[in-house]
Design a binder for this molecule. Structure first.
Ligand SMILES: Nc1ncnc2c1ncn2[C@@H]1O[C@H](COP(=O)(O)OP(=O)(O)OP(=O)(O)O)[C@@H](O)[C@H]1O
Ligand SMILES: [Mg+2]
Length: 412
């Protein structure tokens, strides 16, 4: 199954319907089959992972199966010097595949770790069946004996977390336009899962460390082990054990285990707020009233005069102020307590596409300096004095007009 790269909305609609009819016949059953994956014990099916994948994938698993030996060579025996990260699944190493001269990221499942065979299977299945520019590419896997190893394309800029929340002195903070571009791509990745996959896939683990960045800061979602198939037929939600990462989970999911695609929309809102504010969702190093980002932001989001207080100080006021307002409005909609009132991710994509392109297409020069729109380019600059010289009333009217452009139209 492949999700089409984003294009114009008309093209998207045409491609969507074409894709739907092809998928209905062929692929729905394949993706649906992983809903019932149950691997009772790690040892029970230890040697059968590849057979299981072949069965569930119905011959559509095209990822390469790596011999363990080849991955040892690629990572110099999983040399700690090549380690690029560590998470709940295990350690991630940078590696080089001699056969294809390809640099890869090799994630080795920690046998004592939290995640197990089910997550391994789900990850391989989803990434083998779904292809999209904003989903990380799985090069292959190794399930030889006890080994559970995933081999991904190498994302040279690491994770969004590294550039946003764990900035080292040698790193330049992300500029506003790059933040919007990352938010747009990450939302498109979710859109592929929710609206193009059939049945829909709920990601469940949307967070800054799972958004990987390539050389141009294009984002790709990674870590699909926790993903779940969305409700089908008349069902409004799936009931499941609460998994994911504290702080990013939607309130209804955390309290009742009822999972819908709107839970991912909430998590998107949290990450988007992290991107705007540069604050971590839970930060115990801050004063107690600021430790929970969403609770800290809630009163500020109700008062437009306080919006600029929320912008990441590392932006040094270099952002178009109206973009800030609109971005915060999108974040606030995603963070609504009531799941039904949150927008669909496709509506979020529409709104953020506008913000990511805004400077080039619609910003008035008197508000921002004309500049290009990438991290290595430069940022548009928010000029406080220009803003202040505008009549507040004019500002309001202009905002209303612009807000129409980013209005989130509910499709439901
Ligand atoms: N394909 C990749 N290319 C480059 N770096 C990667 C890749 N995959 C993972 N990493 C790096 O390894 C780190 C750890 O990733 P991993 O997914 O194992 O854990 P995590 O996302 O930090 O936590 P969790 O296990 O809770 O999801 C990432 O933050 C990233 O810096
Ligand atoms: Mg991860």
């Amino acid at each position: 199954m492949s999700c089409f790269p984003c294009c114009t909305s008309q093209e998207r609609i045409n491609k969507k319907s074409l894709k739907k009819s092809i998928k209905e016949y062929h692929e729905e059953k394949i993706l649906a089959s992983f809903a019932n994956i149950s691997v009772k014990t790690d040892s029970g099916k230890r040697n059968l992972i590849t057979n299981e994948l072949a069965k569930l994938g119905k011959g559509n698993i095209t990822s390469k199966i790596f011999p363990y030996r080849e991955l040892c060579v690629a990572t110099q025996n999983f040399n700690p010097a090549n380690m690029i990260g560590e998470g709940g699944f295990g350690r991630v190493y940078k590696g080089h595949l001699k056969s294809t001269n390809q640099v890869v990221a090799v994630k080795q499942l920690d046998r004592n770790g939290f995640q197990g065979n089910r997550e391994f299977l789900v990850e391989v299945l989803i990434l083998s069946l779904l292809h999209h520019p904003n989903l990380v590419n799985l090069v292959g896997y190794c399930a030889e004996g006890e080994h559970r190893i995933l081999v991904y394309e190498y994302m040279i800029n690491g994770s969004l977390e590294d550039h946003l929340l764990e900035i080292t002195p040698d790193r330049k903070p992300l500029d506003w336009q790059t933040r919007m571009k990352i938010a747009e791509g990450a939302a498109k990745g979710l859109e592929c899962l929710h609206e193009q996959a059939n049945p829909p896939v709920i990601y469940r683990d949307f967070k800054a460390s799972n958004i990987l960045l390539d050389e141009n800061f294009n984002p790709k979602l990674s870590d699909f082990g926790l993903a779940k198939l969305g409700p089908t037929g008349d069902k409004t939600h799936v009931s499941t054990r609460v998994m994911g990462t504290y702080g990013y989970c939607a309130p209804e999911y955390a309290s009742t285990g009822q999972l819908t695609s709107k839970s991912d929309v909430y998590s998107f809102g949290v990450v988007f707020l992290e991107m705007i504010t540069g604050r971590r969702v839970i930060d115990n190093a801050r004063p107690s009233e600021e430790q929970n980002l969403v609770l800290w932001a809630q009163p500020l989001l109700r008062d437009r005069m306080k919006f600029t207080q929320m912008a990441d100080p590392l932006l040094e006021d270099n952002y178009p102020i109206k973009s800030l307002y609109q971005a915060l409005a999108v974040a606030a909609m995603c963070l609504q307590e009531e799941a039904d009132t949150r927008p669909l991710i496709s509506d979020v994509v529409t709104a953020i596409e506008f913000l990511a392109r805004k400077k080039v297409e619609v910003d008035e020069p008197r508000h921002t300096k004309e500049t290009s729109s990438t991290q290595d380019g430069d940022s548009s600059e928010h000029n406080e004095s220009d803003e202040e010289s505008d009549g507040e009333e004019d500002d309001e009217n202009e905002d209303e007009e612009k807000d129409k452009n980013v209005e989130i139209n509910k499709k439901e």
